[in-house]
Write a protein of this length. Sequence first.
Length: 483
Amino acid sequence: MIRNFVDGEFAEPDGRCWQKISPVDGSVRADVHEADRDLVERAVAAARAALDGAWGRTTVPQRTALLRRAADLLEERYEEFVAAESADTGKPLQQARDLDVSRAVANFRSFADTVAAAGLPSYLTELPDGRRALNYAARKPLGVVAVIVPWNLPLLLLTWKVAPALACGNAVVVKPSEETPSTAVLLAEVLRDAGLPAGAYNVVHGFGPGSAGQFLVESRGIDGVTFTGSSATGASIMAAVAPRVRPVSFELGGKNPAVVFADADLDSAIDGLTRSVFANTGQVCLCTERLYVQRPVFDEVAERLAERARGLRLGRPDDPETTTGPLISQEHRDKVLRYYRLAEELGAKTLVGGGVPSMPGDLAGGSWIEPALWTGLTNADVQLREEIFGPCAALIPFDTEDEAVALANDTEYGLAASVWTTDLSRGHRVAQRMRVGMAWVNTWFLRDLRSPFGGVGLSGIGREGGDHSLDFYTQPTNVCVQL
Ligand code: NAD
Ligand code: 6OD
Protein backbone atom coordinates (compact mmCIF):
# COMPACT_ATOMS: atom_id res chain seq x y z
CA MET A 1 0.00 0.00 0.00
CA ILE A 2 1.34 3.42 -0.93
CA ARG A 3 0.25 5.85 1.76
CA ASN A 4 -0.19 9.58 2.25
CA PHE A 5 2.36 11.40 4.39
CA VAL A 6 0.87 14.08 6.60
CA ASP A 7 2.40 15.95 9.54
CA GLY A 8 5.46 13.75 9.65
CA GLU A 9 3.57 10.43 9.62
CA PHE A 10 2.19 7.95 7.15
CA ALA A 11 -1.60 8.18 7.40
CA GLU A 12 -3.49 4.93 7.97
CA PRO A 13 -5.58 4.14 4.88
CA ASP A 14 -9.21 4.65 5.80
CA GLY A 15 -10.96 5.26 2.54
CA ARG A 16 -10.66 4.71 -1.16
CA CYS A 17 -7.69 3.15 -2.87
CA TRP A 18 -6.81 2.69 -6.50
CA GLN A 19 -4.50 0.27 -8.22
CA LYS A 20 -1.33 1.52 -9.83
CA ILE A 21 -0.85 -0.52 -13.00
CA SER A 22 2.59 -1.31 -14.39
CA PRO A 23 3.00 0.10 -17.91
CA VAL A 24 5.50 -2.67 -18.64
CA ASP A 25 3.14 -5.64 -18.41
CA GLY A 26 -0.23 -4.39 -17.16
CA SER A 27 0.14 -6.07 -13.76
CA VAL A 28 -0.98 -4.42 -10.53
CA ARG A 29 2.05 -2.72 -9.03
CA ALA A 30 0.49 -1.37 -5.82
CA ASP A 31 -2.62 -0.08 -4.13
CA VAL A 32 -2.53 3.65 -3.50
CA HIS A 33 -4.53 5.38 -0.78
CA GLU A 34 -6.52 8.30 -2.21
CA ALA A 35 -6.60 11.35 0.07
CA ASP A 36 -10.06 12.79 0.67
CA ARG A 37 -10.72 16.50 1.22
CA ASP A 38 -10.36 16.10 4.96
CA LEU A 39 -6.90 14.57 4.70
CA VAL A 40 -5.81 17.24 2.21
CA GLU A 41 -6.95 19.93 4.67
CA ARG A 42 -5.06 18.17 7.46
CA ALA A 43 -1.93 18.29 5.29
CA VAL A 44 -2.42 22.00 4.61
CA ALA A 45 -2.98 22.67 8.32
CA ALA A 46 0.16 20.68 9.21
CA ALA A 47 2.15 22.76 6.74
CA ARG A 48 0.81 25.97 8.30
CA ALA A 49 1.68 24.73 11.77
CA ALA A 50 5.23 23.90 10.64
CA LEU A 51 5.61 27.44 9.34
CA ASP A 52 4.29 28.86 12.59
CA GLY A 53 6.62 26.59 14.56
CA ALA A 54 10.28 25.62 14.54
CA TRP A 55 10.52 25.29 10.75
CA GLY A 56 9.44 28.91 10.33
CA ARG A 57 12.32 30.04 12.55
CA THR A 58 15.10 28.20 10.68
CA THR A 59 17.96 30.17 9.15
CA VAL A 60 19.35 29.88 5.65
CA PRO A 61 22.47 27.96 6.81
CA GLN A 62 20.25 25.48 8.68
CA ARG A 63 18.06 24.94 5.64
CA THR A 64 20.93 24.62 3.19
CA ALA A 65 22.59 22.07 5.49
CA LEU A 66 19.33 20.12 5.54
CA LEU A 67 19.11 20.16 1.74
CA ARG A 68 22.65 18.85 1.47
CA ARG A 69 21.89 16.07 3.97
CA ALA A 70 18.83 15.18 1.91
CA ALA A 71 21.02 14.95 -1.21
CA ASP A 72 23.46 12.67 0.63
CA LEU A 73 20.66 10.42 1.91
CA LEU A 74 19.14 10.26 -1.55
CA GLU A 75 22.50 9.08 -2.84
CA GLU A 76 22.68 6.43 -0.12
CA ARG A 77 19.27 5.09 -1.26
CA TYR A 78 19.96 5.73 -4.96
CA GLU A 79 19.08 2.29 -6.31
CA GLU A 80 15.87 2.17 -4.29
CA PHE A 81 14.74 5.40 -5.94
CA VAL A 82 15.85 4.13 -9.35
CA ALA A 83 13.84 0.94 -8.93
CA ALA A 84 10.73 2.77 -7.72
CA GLU A 85 10.85 5.35 -10.52
CA SER A 86 11.37 2.70 -13.14
CA ALA A 87 8.61 0.48 -11.76
CA ASP A 88 6.07 3.33 -11.82
CA THR A 89 6.97 4.63 -15.28
CA GLY A 90 8.42 1.60 -17.08
CA LYS A 91 11.49 3.62 -18.09
CA PRO A 92 14.84 1.80 -18.39
CA LEU A 93 16.68 1.57 -15.07
CA GLN A 94 19.72 3.18 -16.64
CA GLN A 95 17.73 6.23 -17.65
CA ALA A 96 16.27 6.57 -14.16
CA ARG A 97 19.85 6.40 -12.87
CA ASP A 98 21.37 8.84 -15.34
CA LEU A 99 18.60 11.40 -15.53
CA ASP A 100 15.82 11.19 -12.96
CA VAL A 101 17.55 10.32 -9.71
CA SER A 102 20.80 12.04 -10.54
CA ARG A 103 18.90 15.28 -11.23
CA ALA A 104 16.98 14.92 -7.96
CA VAL A 105 20.28 14.88 -6.07
CA ALA A 106 21.54 17.82 -8.13
CA ASN A 107 18.34 19.77 -7.49
CA PHE A 108 18.91 19.67 -3.72
CA ARG A 109 22.56 20.68 -3.98
CA SER A 110 21.98 23.35 -6.59
CA PHE A 111 19.22 25.11 -4.68
CA ALA A 112 21.26 24.94 -1.47
CA ASP A 113 23.98 26.84 -3.37
CA THR A 114 21.52 29.30 -4.88
CA VAL A 115 19.88 30.18 -1.58
CA ALA A 116 23.22 30.44 0.20
CA ALA A 117 24.41 32.96 -2.38
CA ALA A 118 21.18 34.91 -2.70
CA GLY A 119 20.95 38.58 -1.89
CA LEU A 120 18.70 41.49 -2.64
CA PRO A 121 19.77 45.01 -3.54
CA SER A 122 19.57 47.86 -1.06
CA TYR A 123 19.33 51.54 -1.96
CA LEU A 124 20.44 54.72 -0.25
CA THR A 125 17.56 57.09 -1.03
CA GLU A 126 18.29 60.84 -1.19
CA LEU A 127 15.29 63.11 -1.72
CA PRO A 128 15.45 66.71 -3.08
CA ASP A 129 14.33 68.04 0.34
CA GLY A 130 17.41 66.52 1.96
CA ARG A 131 15.83 63.50 3.63
CA ARG A 132 17.79 60.29 3.41
CA ALA A 133 16.62 56.72 3.84
CA LEU A 134 17.91 53.21 3.55
CA ASN A 135 15.71 50.87 1.50
CA TYR A 136 16.32 47.18 1.64
CA ALA A 137 14.24 44.11 0.88
CA ALA A 138 13.88 41.04 3.06
CA ARG A 139 12.78 37.77 1.50
CA LYS A 140 9.98 35.99 3.34
CA PRO A 141 8.76 32.53 2.39
CA LEU A 142 5.63 32.48 0.22
CA GLY A 143 4.01 30.23 2.84
CA VAL A 144 2.18 26.95 2.27
CA VAL A 145 2.96 25.92 -1.30
CA ALA A 146 0.92 23.36 -3.24
CA VAL A 147 3.21 21.36 -5.52
CA ILE A 148 1.47 19.39 -8.28
CA VAL A 149 3.53 17.35 -10.72
CA PRO A 150 3.06 14.93 -13.63
CA TRP A 151 4.23 11.40 -14.31
CA ASN A 152 6.89 11.71 -16.98
CA LEU A 153 9.90 12.68 -14.83
CA PRO A 154 8.28 12.34 -11.42
CA LEU A 155 11.15 12.74 -8.97
CA LEU A 156 13.11 15.18 -11.13
CA LEU A 157 10.14 17.52 -11.46
CA LEU A 158 9.08 17.12 -7.83
CA THR A 159 12.50 17.93 -6.40
CA TRP A 160 12.92 20.79 -8.89
CA LYS A 161 10.13 22.49 -6.93
CA VAL A 162 10.42 21.03 -3.43
CA ALA A 163 14.14 21.84 -3.06
CA PRO A 164 13.83 25.60 -3.70
CA ALA A 165 10.53 25.80 -1.80
CA LEU A 166 12.10 24.29 1.33
CA ALA A 167 15.35 26.19 0.87
CA CYS A 168 13.33 29.41 1.00
CA GLY A 169 11.60 28.31 4.21
CA ASN A 170 8.20 27.30 2.82
CA ALA A 171 6.16 24.27 3.83
CA VAL A 172 4.81 22.13 1.00
CA VAL A 173 1.90 19.85 0.27
CA VAL A 174 2.77 17.80 -2.79
CA LYS A 175 0.43 15.88 -5.02
CA PRO A 176 2.31 13.48 -7.26
CA SER A 177 0.65 12.10 -10.35
CA GLU A 178 -1.75 9.22 -9.80
CA GLU A 179 0.49 7.27 -12.21
CA THR A 180 3.68 7.76 -10.21
CA PRO A 181 3.08 7.91 -6.47
CA SER A 182 6.18 6.05 -5.24
CA THR A 183 9.18 8.34 -5.22
CA ALA A 184 7.37 11.26 -3.52
CA VAL A 185 6.80 8.89 -0.61
CA LEU A 186 10.41 7.69 -0.50
CA LEU A 187 11.42 11.34 -0.51
CA ALA A 188 9.28 11.89 2.60
CA GLU A 189 11.46 9.36 4.42
CA VAL A 190 14.64 10.99 3.17
CA LEU A 191 13.56 14.48 4.23
CA ARG A 192 12.40 13.22 7.63
CA ASP A 193 15.75 11.45 8.12
CA ALA A 194 17.58 14.61 7.04
CA GLY A 195 15.90 16.39 9.95
CA LEU A 196 12.98 18.19 8.33
CA PRO A 197 10.36 18.93 11.01
CA ALA A 198 6.92 17.31 10.80
CA GLY A 199 4.50 19.19 8.56
CA ALA A 200 7.05 20.91 6.33
CA TYR A 201 6.69 18.21 3.61
CA ASN A 202 3.37 16.43 3.11
CA VAL A 203 2.24 14.07 0.35
CA VAL A 204 -1.39 13.63 -0.68
CA HIS A 205 -2.26 11.07 -3.34
CA GLY A 206 -5.09 11.26 -5.78
CA PHE A 207 -6.33 12.40 -9.14
CA GLY A 208 -7.27 15.85 -10.44
CA PRO A 209 -10.96 16.80 -10.63
CA GLY A 210 -13.06 15.55 -7.72
CA SER A 211 -9.95 14.29 -5.95
CA ALA A 212 -6.83 15.39 -4.08
CA GLY A 213 -5.61 17.72 -6.88
CA GLN A 214 -8.81 19.73 -6.90
CA PHE A 215 -9.13 19.67 -3.08
CA LEU A 216 -5.60 20.99 -2.73
CA VAL A 217 -5.93 23.93 -5.12
CA GLU A 218 -9.32 24.79 -3.62
CA SER A 219 -7.96 24.86 -0.07
CA ARG A 220 -8.14 28.29 1.55
CA GLY A 221 -4.92 27.47 3.41
CA ILE A 222 -2.52 27.50 0.46
CA ASP A 223 -0.50 30.58 -0.44
CA GLY A 224 0.51 29.60 -3.97
CA VAL A 225 0.60 26.77 -6.50
CA THR A 226 3.55 25.52 -8.46
CA PHE A 227 2.41 23.12 -11.16
CA THR A 228 3.91 21.11 -13.97
CA GLY A 229 1.52 19.40 -16.33
CA SER A 230 -0.75 19.96 -19.27
CA SER A 231 -1.95 23.37 -20.39
CA ALA A 232 -5.60 22.39 -19.89
CA THR A 233 -4.99 21.42 -16.27
CA GLY A 234 -3.04 24.65 -15.76
CA ALA A 235 -6.07 26.60 -16.93
CA SER A 236 -8.34 24.72 -14.44
CA ILE A 237 -5.94 25.38 -11.58
CA MET A 238 -5.75 29.05 -12.48
CA ALA A 239 -9.54 29.27 -12.36
CA ALA A 240 -9.63 27.41 -9.02
CA VAL A 241 -7.22 29.80 -7.28
CA ALA A 242 -8.47 32.99 -8.96
CA PRO A 243 -11.13 33.81 -6.34
CA ARG A 244 -8.40 33.88 -3.67
CA VAL A 245 -5.81 35.56 -5.95
CA ARG A 246 -2.99 33.13 -5.26
CA PRO A 247 0.23 33.26 -7.31
CA VAL A 248 0.92 30.41 -9.71
CA SER A 249 4.02 29.12 -11.43
CA PHE A 250 3.16 26.94 -14.40
CA GLU A 251 5.41 24.71 -16.51
CA LEU A 252 2.99 23.38 -19.12
CA GLY A 253 2.91 21.55 -22.40
CA GLY A 254 5.09 22.02 -25.45
CA LYS A 255 4.96 21.56 -29.21
CA ASN A 256 8.62 22.09 -29.68
CA PRO A 257 10.30 22.74 -33.01
CA ALA A 258 13.77 21.76 -34.14
CA VAL A 259 15.22 23.67 -37.10
CA VAL A 260 17.99 21.94 -39.04
CA PHE A 261 19.95 24.06 -41.52
CA ALA A 262 21.81 22.53 -44.43
CA ASP A 263 25.13 23.66 -42.92
CA ALA A 264 24.53 21.68 -39.70
CA ASP A 265 26.98 19.04 -38.52
CA LEU A 266 24.59 16.26 -39.43
CA ASP A 267 26.25 13.53 -37.35
CA SER A 268 25.79 15.57 -34.22
CA ALA A 269 22.37 16.85 -35.29
CA ILE A 270 21.07 13.30 -35.86
CA ASP A 271 22.35 12.27 -32.42
CA GLY A 272 20.66 15.27 -30.83
CA LEU A 273 17.43 14.87 -32.76
CA THR A 274 17.21 11.18 -31.91
CA ARG A 275 17.34 12.11 -28.25
CA SER A 276 15.01 15.05 -28.58
CA VAL A 277 12.28 13.09 -30.39
CA PHE A 278 12.49 9.72 -28.64
CA ALA A 279 13.89 10.30 -25.13
CA ASN A 280 11.63 8.89 -22.41
CA THR A 281 9.43 7.51 -25.22
CA GLY A 282 8.73 11.09 -26.30
CA GLN A 283 7.24 11.91 -22.90
CA VAL A 284 9.29 14.98 -22.05
CA CYS A 285 7.68 18.40 -22.30
CA LEU A 286 10.81 19.53 -24.18
CA CYS A 287 10.71 16.77 -26.80
CA THR A 288 10.75 17.77 -30.46
CA GLU A 289 7.49 17.00 -32.26
CA ARG A 290 7.96 19.43 -35.20
CA LEU A 291 11.09 19.06 -37.26
CA TYR A 292 11.86 21.68 -39.93
CA VAL A 293 14.72 20.69 -42.23
CA GLN A 294 16.32 22.80 -44.95
CA ARG A 295 15.53 21.29 -48.33
CA PRO A 296 19.05 20.26 -49.48
CA VAL A 297 19.43 17.92 -46.48
CA PHE A 298 15.78 16.99 -45.97
CA ASP A 299 15.95 13.49 -47.45
CA GLU A 300 19.21 12.67 -45.71
CA VAL A 301 17.95 13.81 -42.29
CA ALA A 302 14.68 11.91 -42.76
CA GLU A 303 16.45 8.70 -43.76
CA ARG A 304 19.08 8.88 -41.03
CA LEU A 305 16.59 9.70 -38.30
CA ALA A 306 14.32 6.87 -39.44
CA GLU A 307 17.31 4.55 -39.31
CA ARG A 308 18.00 5.62 -35.73
CA ALA A 309 14.34 5.11 -34.83
CA ARG A 310 14.53 1.57 -36.21
CA GLY A 311 17.53 1.00 -33.92
CA LEU A 312 15.62 1.81 -30.72
CA ARG A 313 15.20 -1.24 -28.51
CA LEU A 314 11.91 -1.61 -26.67
CA GLY A 315 12.17 -3.94 -23.71
CA ARG A 316 12.28 -4.62 -20.02
CA PRO A 317 13.59 -1.79 -17.83
CA ASP A 318 16.32 -4.02 -16.37
CA ASP A 319 17.66 -5.15 -19.75
CA PRO A 320 20.81 -3.11 -20.45
CA GLU A 321 20.01 -3.27 -24.20
CA THR A 322 16.69 -1.45 -23.70
CA THR A 323 16.66 2.14 -24.94
CA THR A 324 12.93 2.79 -24.84
CA GLY A 325 10.21 1.99 -22.35
CA PRO A 326 6.44 1.86 -22.82
CA LEU A 327 4.09 4.83 -22.65
CA ILE A 328 2.81 5.54 -19.16
CA SER A 329 -0.61 3.88 -19.58
CA GLN A 330 -3.02 2.22 -21.99
CA GLU A 331 -5.10 5.39 -21.91
CA HIS A 332 -2.15 7.50 -23.01
CA ARG A 333 -1.28 4.95 -25.69
CA ASP A 334 -4.84 5.16 -27.05
CA LYS A 335 -4.42 8.94 -27.30
CA VAL A 336 -1.08 8.71 -29.12
CA LEU A 337 -2.41 6.01 -31.45
CA ARG A 338 -5.28 8.28 -32.48
CA TYR A 339 -2.70 10.76 -33.81
CA TYR A 340 -0.87 7.92 -35.56
CA ARG A 341 -4.05 6.73 -37.31
CA LEU A 342 -5.12 10.23 -38.24
CA ALA A 343 -1.72 10.87 -39.83
CA GLU A 344 -2.39 7.96 -42.18
CA GLU A 345 -5.87 9.23 -42.95
CA LEU A 346 -4.39 12.64 -43.77
CA GLY A 347 -2.13 10.95 -46.31
CA ALA A 348 1.13 11.35 -44.42
CA LYS A 349 4.01 9.10 -45.36
CA THR A 350 5.04 7.13 -42.27
CA LEU A 351 8.82 6.67 -42.53
CA VAL A 352 9.05 4.29 -39.64
CA GLY A 353 6.85 2.45 -37.13
CA GLY A 354 3.58 4.03 -36.27
CA GLY A 355 1.80 1.09 -34.67
CA VAL A 356 1.72 -1.26 -31.72
CA PRO A 357 4.74 -3.58 -31.54
CA SER A 358 4.35 -7.24 -30.89
CA MET A 359 5.98 -7.75 -27.49
CA PRO A 360 6.90 -11.19 -26.10
CA GLY A 361 5.31 -12.95 -23.12
CA ASP A 362 3.98 -10.85 -20.27
CA LEU A 363 5.15 -7.64 -21.97
CA ALA A 364 2.19 -8.04 -24.31
CA GLY A 365 0.05 -6.57 -21.52
CA GLY A 366 2.08 -3.33 -21.39
CA SER A 367 1.43 0.00 -23.08
CA TRP A 368 4.11 -0.36 -25.74
CA ILE A 369 4.16 1.71 -28.90
CA GLU A 370 6.39 2.01 -31.93
CA PRO A 371 8.09 5.31 -32.67
CA ALA A 372 6.76 7.20 -35.69
CA LEU A 373 8.15 9.75 -38.14
CA TRP A 374 5.99 11.40 -40.77
CA THR A 375 6.52 13.47 -43.88
CA GLY A 376 3.82 15.01 -46.04
CA LEU A 377 2.01 16.85 -43.23
CA THR A 378 1.74 20.64 -42.93
CA ASN A 379 1.62 23.07 -40.03
CA ALA A 380 -2.18 23.09 -40.38
CA ASP A 381 -2.45 19.40 -39.45
CA VAL A 382 -3.32 18.34 -35.95
CA GLN A 383 -0.03 16.42 -35.54
CA LEU A 384 1.76 19.79 -35.74
CA ARG A 385 -0.71 21.76 -33.66
CA GLU A 386 -1.46 19.60 -30.61
CA GLU A 387 0.94 18.16 -28.07
CA ILE A 388 1.03 14.38 -28.63
CA PHE A 389 3.57 13.44 -25.91
CA GLY A 390 4.70 10.29 -27.66
CA PRO A 391 7.77 9.08 -29.61
CA CYS A 392 6.87 10.79 -32.87
CA ALA A 393 7.60 13.83 -35.02
CA ALA A 394 6.62 15.31 -38.35
CA LEU A 395 9.32 16.50 -40.77
CA ILE A 396 8.65 19.52 -42.99
CA PRO A 397 11.08 21.05 -45.50
CA PHE A 398 11.92 24.76 -45.68
CA ASP A 399 14.04 26.97 -47.91
CA THR A 400 14.94 30.20 -46.11
CA GLU A 401 15.78 31.25 -42.58
CA ASP A 402 12.73 33.52 -42.40
CA GLU A 403 10.48 30.68 -43.51
CA ALA A 404 11.96 28.37 -40.84
CA VAL A 405 11.37 30.94 -38.11
CA ALA A 406 7.81 31.56 -39.27
CA LEU A 407 7.04 27.82 -39.34
CA ALA A 408 8.60 27.24 -35.92
CA ASN A 409 6.72 30.14 -34.34
CA ASP A 410 3.39 29.15 -35.86
CA THR A 411 2.02 27.57 -32.66
CA GLU A 412 0.12 28.48 -29.52
CA TYR A 413 2.81 26.77 -27.44
CA GLY A 414 6.23 28.24 -26.69
CA LEU A 415 8.31 26.04 -24.44
CA ALA A 416 11.56 25.06 -26.17
CA ALA A 417 13.27 24.99 -29.56
CA SER A 418 16.52 23.68 -30.94
CA VAL A 419 18.51 25.09 -33.85
CA TRP A 420 21.12 23.04 -35.68
CA THR A 421 23.72 24.98 -37.71
CA THR A 422 27.45 25.53 -37.90
CA ASP A 423 26.93 29.23 -38.69
CA LEU A 424 27.41 30.83 -35.27
CA SER A 425 25.67 34.08 -36.17
CA ARG A 426 22.71 32.25 -37.57
CA GLY A 427 22.50 30.07 -34.48
CA HIS A 428 22.24 33.11 -32.19
CA ARG A 429 19.96 34.98 -34.58
CA VAL A 430 17.46 32.18 -35.04
CA ALA A 431 17.52 31.15 -31.37
CA GLN A 432 16.63 34.70 -30.36
CA ARG A 433 13.79 34.85 -32.89
CA MET A 434 12.15 31.72 -31.49
CA ARG A 435 9.02 32.54 -29.50
CA VAL A 436 9.91 30.17 -26.65
CA GLY A 437 11.18 30.19 -23.10
CA MET A 438 14.27 28.13 -23.96
CA ALA A 439 16.22 27.78 -27.19
CA TRP A 440 19.15 25.40 -27.63
CA VAL A 441 21.77 25.69 -30.37
CA ASN A 442 23.40 22.43 -31.50
CA THR A 443 22.18 20.60 -28.40
CA TRP A 444 19.02 19.68 -26.54
CA PHE A 445 18.04 19.39 -22.85
CA LEU A 446 21.45 20.55 -21.69
CA ARG A 447 20.62 22.15 -18.38
CA ASP A 448 22.23 24.64 -16.06
CA LEU A 449 19.99 24.70 -13.01
CA ARG A 450 20.57 28.43 -12.49
CA SER A 451 19.08 29.34 -15.86
CA PRO A 452 15.43 30.35 -16.34
CA PHE A 453 13.13 27.44 -17.18
CA GLY A 454 9.59 27.99 -18.44
CA GLY A 455 7.52 28.83 -21.46
CA VAL A 456 5.38 31.39 -23.21
CA GLY A 457 1.83 31.12 -24.53
CA LEU A 458 0.16 27.82 -23.67
CA SER A 459 3.50 26.56 -22.30
CA GLY A 460 3.32 28.35 -19.01
CA ILE A 461 3.55 31.30 -16.69
CA GLY A 462 6.70 32.36 -14.88
CA ARG A 463 10.20 30.96 -14.73
CA GLU A 464 11.90 28.68 -12.24
CA GLY A 465 15.60 27.86 -11.84
CA GLY A 466 18.27 29.57 -9.73
CA ASP A 467 17.21 33.05 -8.60
CA HIS A 468 14.04 32.77 -10.70
CA SER A 469 12.84 30.07 -8.31
CA LEU A 470 13.61 32.30 -5.35
CA ASP A 471 11.44 34.99 -6.93
CA PHE A 472 8.46 32.64 -6.88
CA TYR A 473 9.04 30.92 -3.55
CA THR A 474 9.60 34.13 -1.58
CA GLN A 475 7.82 37.42 -1.04
CA PRO A 476 10.29 40.30 -0.95
CA THR A 477 9.24 42.80 1.70
CA ASN A 478 10.69 46.26 1.39
CA VAL A 479 11.85 48.05 4.52
CA CYS A 480 12.44 51.80 4.32
CA VAL A 481 14.34 53.36 7.24
CA GLN A 482 14.58 57.14 7.41
CA LEU A 483 18.11 58.04 8.41
P1 NAD B 1 -1.87 16.54 -16.22
O1 NAD B 1 -2.04 17.99 -16.40
O2 NAD B 1 -2.97 15.65 -16.63
O3 NAD B 1 -1.61 16.19 -14.68
C1 NAD B 1 -0.56 16.78 -13.97
C2 NAD B 1 -0.88 16.74 -12.48
O4 NAD B 1 -2.01 17.56 -12.23
C3 NAD B 1 -1.24 15.34 -11.97
O5 NAD B 1 -0.71 15.21 -10.68
C4 NAD B 1 -2.75 15.39 -11.93
O6 NAD B 1 -3.33 14.51 -11.03
C5 NAD B 1 -3.00 16.83 -11.52
N1 NAD B 1 -4.29 17.39 -11.90
C6 NAD B 1 -5.03 17.08 -13.00
N2 NAD B 1 -6.15 17.84 -13.02
C7 NAD B 1 -6.10 18.66 -11.93
C8 NAD B 1 -6.95 19.67 -11.41
N3 NAD B 1 -8.07 20.01 -12.02
N4 NAD B 1 -6.60 20.30 -10.27
C9 NAD B 1 -5.44 19.98 -9.65
N5 NAD B 1 -4.60 19.01 -10.09
C10 NAD B 1 -4.92 18.36 -11.22
O7 NAD B 1 -0.51 16.16 -16.93
P2 NAD B 1 0.13 14.72 -17.10
O8 NAD B 1 -0.67 13.96 -18.10
O9 NAD B 1 0.37 14.12 -15.76
O10 NAD B 1 1.57 15.10 -17.72
C11 NAD B 1 1.76 15.34 -19.07
C12 NAD B 1 1.69 16.82 -19.34
O11 NAD B 1 2.59 17.53 -18.52
C13 NAD B 1 2.09 17.17 -20.76
O12 NAD B 1 1.23 18.16 -21.26
C14 NAD B 1 3.48 17.75 -20.60
O13 NAD B 1 3.90 18.63 -21.60
C15 NAD B 1 3.35 18.44 -19.30
N6 NAD B 1 4.67 18.67 -18.72
C16 NAD B 1 5.21 19.92 -18.77
C17 NAD B 1 6.49 20.15 -18.27
C18 NAD B 1 7.15 21.51 -18.31
O14 NAD B 1 8.15 21.69 -17.61
N7 NAD B 1 6.66 22.46 -19.07
C19 NAD B 1 7.18 19.11 -17.69
C20 NAD B 1 6.61 17.83 -17.67
C21 NAD B 1 5.35 17.63 -18.19
O1 6OD C 1 15.07 20.16 -16.38
C1 6OD C 1 14.18 20.70 -15.70
O2 6OD C 1 14.43 21.40 -14.72
C2 6OD C 1 12.79 20.50 -16.07
N1 6OD C 1 11.88 21.21 -15.35
C3 6OD C 1 12.47 19.65 -17.06
C4 6OD C 1 11.16 19.43 -17.52
C5 6OD C 1 10.93 18.43 -18.38
C6 6OD C 1 9.61 18.14 -18.84
O3 6OD C 1 9.15 17.07 -19.09
